[in-house]
Design a protein around this ligand. Sequence first.
Ligand SMILES: NC(=O)c1ccc[n+]([C@@H]2O[C@H](COP(=O)([O-])OP(=O)(O)OC[C@H]3O[C@@H](n4cnc5c(N)ncnc54)[C@H](O)[C@@H]3O)[C@@H](O)[C@H]2O)c1
Length: 388
Amino acid sequence: MERGADKGVLILAAGIGGAIGSTLAAAVAAMRGSPELVAPYLMTSGRLPQIGEAPDFRLAGWDVRAVSMKEAVAAQGVLEKGLWAPYAEEIAQVPVKAAPSADMGLSAQVEQVKADMAAFQSIYPDMRPVFVNLLPAGSSHDLDRFESLDALYREVASVALPDLVYVLAAVEAGIPVANFTPNMVEIPAVAAAAEKRGVPVAGRDGKTGQTYFKVVLASALRARGLFVNGWYSLNILGNADGENLMDPAHAACKLENKTDVLEDVLGYSPGMKQFGRSAHKVHIDYYPPRGDAKEAWDVIDFESIFGLSMSLRLNLQGRDSILAAPLVLDLARWLSAARAAGRGGLVPELAFYFKKAAGEGAAVGFSDQLAGLDQFEKLLNARLKEDA
Ligand SMILES: NC(=O)c1ccc[n+]([C@@H]2O[C@H](COP(=O)([O-])OP(=O)(O)OC[C@H]3O[C@@H](n4cnc5c(N)ncnc54)[C@H](O)[C@@H]3O)[C@@H](O)[C@H]2O)c1
């Protein structure tokens, strides 16, 4: 097991110049001078004392071109300038490297990213690195047939798999992985290698806004025996993620994750009993005026005794990256603790944070997911205490 507490966490983010990455940069910088702006909103504040009482982070990462983080924060516009300007100097110092070129082939790209990871670590030698995948949603690939990394390297040597490049580099370098995207990187070959090397891997698809409240409400309806006949969900968002999701191939995994979660929580498919078909509809629409300020509507039709119907409407006026960034910070702390405690392989205990949690036996209901976190915390703290 790794030793050493309170070193702080070095977040290595792929897609660092995007909406979430730039918000993270501002949050990490603000945390040092004005922790009250960020720390109270983290679930791990005051938890996991073995890896440090106060959350302490640094950030580095990659984007398609090595953008300056100050420019990225300004260009993304998630935060008004007045909110990040006091930390502009620290934000500007976040190291950013260019993504490896897809023309290089899989293993050369992985080697380059591993060298970049080592270079980032040499800037912050005392910190614990955690990799976070923030790349855009991509098309799905069926890579489940590979049981080992060797077979994967042999057969997909020249296929463009940007997410996998970073994930393979992280696992091979012993760096924990959080996959915030809907892209399927937690494939058997990666899970087996991560298990063997004691590297925790958690994913997939951050559960930030509409789906989070869907899990909460569906769990509450189920707990009361209220029967759901239909659930209509609409999202409008105007950031790059929203634009990218207008491509049906890119939206497919996200829509599947957003749809499956309801059946998993309720234990049945709404609409099947009455209409013989699913009445759970999920739509995502790119609507530029909204930028990162995403809006979601849910209409939930349900019934109770005598089959009498009722309905509930939920309107979330959220902020995509403001909801996402604290989850990324929390995931980084959980995974850093898991690595220190020698917990490798897929980590279904972190199901609370994901729409489609990878790993055997991931909890699906709200209270089970929260209880799973508590149990995980106890396990990690006990292991870290033993080791201290
Ligand atoms: N914001 C949320 O609430 C939320 C919730 C769940 C999942 N997600 C997912 O998180 C991911 C990131 O979201 P975002 O809003 O920051 O997206 P974004 O489009 O704003 O950012 C993605 C960034 O990745 C960069 N990029 C593209 N290819 C790259 C490569 N090969 N290497 C390095 N960088 C590359 C892009 O240039 C861009 O800066 C998306 O997959 C999104 O679906 C977001």
